[in-house]
Design a protein around this ligand. Structure first.
Ligand SMILES: [Zn+2]
Length: 365
């Protein structure tokens, strides 16, 4: 792997992330903002399995989802495109970040040389196998059609698995919520529509990486499959799939509003180990468990029973931390506790004089 390329790409992402934080909030309402992203468009038709056009099917499904969601006065729908036009991937992310969206849903159709079929939903992550990488590669390769893609993605190469892996670094904040949305979508595809379940999977999609909110990418099915292609190209198929996604979005909205208040918690007795050599006097370690545009009370019932939660506002985003200690041994235990509670992507962060510093810097004597 070229370290330069990786560093460049990561810095590009950081710049993108922070520039979105500093933008003035233009969504002053308390509406739940959903960004709907129809894949491809314009000079990029997407896949053309059986002669069907991915870009058209994705757009029709997205417009249908939007139309249904807009009936709800508490929801604001933002589209990355409403017509047949080419939109750069990084611009799609920018639109979502600027809208301070609560959720980003990208809609696509898959293709394969076999008669593979079925519906799947992706969240950003490390592709654990080659099949998932191939899906991300197909969707990411659109940047090769963009002007200045070398500049905009800092030399990122969609054909390299290593390059795709690098885009994961540090961006797992919304994984839990993204997985929740993806699971609800799959539940409807499979339960209501009896589509073949290709499940919730992780892969390195650039478009998901550009957003700072829970984000999913739906592969409605395979246009290359004779039967499924015809279904997805039909009005009924598009309506069915759109309704499934709409219902899942509404269900997700409801669940985050309820804030999982029913989760019970036990009083925990914290046993402090006496590992003196692991204490860093001027450093405070915490576990970052979540980041959200929503301000939640730091009550245990909002955090799966975890107590000692603190929050910090950075730009438009609230970061939530568990625990606070100068003892590195202790913070590793706290990290394990957070992960056991379900915060699978939580991690240790370090502060010096109230300022966040890198963990490696903190651990320097
Ligand atoms: Zn696509």
């Amino acid at each position: 792997m070229k370290t330069n390329t990786l560093l460049l790409f990561v810095s590009f992402i950081l710049v993108l992330t922070f520039s979105s934080f500093t933008e003035k909030k233009n969504n002053s309402t308390n509406k739940f903002v959903v960004v709907l992203d129809a894949g491809h468009g314009g000079k990029d038709p997407g896949n053309m399995g059986n002669g069907y056009k991915e870009k058209d099917i994705a757009l029709k499904v997205v417009l249908s989802i939007g139309k249904a969601l807009e009936k709800n006065p508490n929801i604001e729908v933002v589209y990355t495109r409403k017509s047949d036009e080419f939109i750069d991937l990084f611009v799609r992310g920018k639109i979502a970040n600027k809208a301070k969206a609560d959720l980003f849903v990208s809609v696509h159709c898959d293709s394969h040389t076999s008669q593979a079929y079925g519906a799947g939903t992706f969240v950003l992550g490390l592709h654990r196998n080659n099949t998932n990488f191939e899906v991300a590669k197909k969707e990411n390769s659109v940047i090769l059609m963009e002007d200045n893609y070398h500049q905009n993605y800092a030399g990122y190469d969609p054909n390299s698995p290593e390059s795709a892996i690098s885009i994961m670094m540090g961006m797992e904040d919304y994984l839990d919520q993204s997985i929740q949305v993806a699971s609800l979508i799959q539940k409807n595809f499979v339960g209501k529509l009896k589509r073949k379940d290709r499940s919730v999977k992780q892969a390195g999609f650039i478009v998901l990486h550009q957003t700072v909110m829970p984000s999913v990418l739906v592969e409605l099915g395979f246009l290359t499959n004779k039967k499924e292609g015809a279904y997805l190209n039909s009005k009924k198929g598009q309506q069915d799939m759109a309704t499934s996604i709409t219902d899942a979005i509404l269900e997700y909205k409801k669940s985050i509003e309820q804030n999982v208040a029913h989760v019970h918690f036990e009083d925990e007795v914290l046993d402090i180990p006496n590992a003196k050599d692991e204490v860093y006097n001027d450093i405070t370690f915490k576990i970052q468990i979540a980041a959200s545009s929503k301000s939640l009370e730091t009550k245990a019932y909002n955090f799966k029973g975890l107590r000692d939660i603190s929050k910090e506002k950075i730009g438009s985003l609230y970061k939530y931390y568990y625990g606070a200690t100068s003892n590195y041994t202790r913070v590793k235990q706290l990290e394990a506790e957070a992960q056991n509670k379900g915060y699978k992507s939580s991690y240790i962060v370090a502060f010096k004089n109230g300022k966040k510093i890198s963990l490696s810097e903190a651990l320097k004597r």
